[in-house]
Ligand binder design. Structure first.
Ligand code: FES
Length: 165
């Protein structure tokens, strides 16, 4: 299985927010810059807790507004904890040309949520990504960090059923 950064397997739960752990992560990443800091916090906790912006801003001597601006720009940096599973559907050109938009519409319809949202039972979070480097296998997706290519309607339904088991 190909490992994609920032995604844990479905068997791995994210830990609860812990400010001391967050400060340790920030200290380890701060020489690499703000985006590295926020990405590391997002990877550790699955999202950026409301106090993450303040912790990062203080350590990097930035304003909270500056940190929030970056945090809200990147889709991979979540504002809320994800569901138990994360389905990321590619919406870039190659996947669009192979029917990706219809699969996206199917996923939102079957789940009853939009992109960036989590189902009420917290079983799955649906996210949009723009090219996974799997264009030759379009339309493509990541399900809990695992790549899936040449998706069709049956495959989308199967992934959703997997997440809801
Ligand atoms: S456009 Fe979808 S994987 Fe490249």
């Amino acid at each position: 299985m190909v490992e994609f950064p920032g995604e844990k397997s479905p068997m791995t739960r994210y830990p609860d927010w812990n400010e001391e752990d967050a400060k340790t992560i920030v200290a380890a990443q701060q020489e690499r810059g703000l985006l590295a800091v926020l990405s590391a916090l997002n990877e550790k906790f699955g999202y950026l807790h409301k106090h993450a912006v303040g912790v990062a801003a203080k350590a990097l001597n930035l304003s909270r507004a500056e940190v929030h601006g970056i945090a809200s720009f990147y889709h991979d940096l979540r504002e809320r904890p994800p569901g138990r599973h994360v389905l990321k559907l590619c919406g870039a050109e190659a996947c669009q040309s192979m029917g990706g938009d219809a699969l996206a519409a199917q996923a939102t319809r079957e789940l009853g949520i939009g992109f960036g949202e989590t189902t009420h039972d917290e079983s799955i979070t649906l996210e949009r990504v723009y090219c996974l480097g799997l264009c030759a296998c379009a339309p493509a997706a990541l399900f809990d960090g695992e790549p899936h290519g040449r998706l069709d309607q049956n495959a989308i339904s199967w992934l959703i059923a997997e997440a809801q088991e």
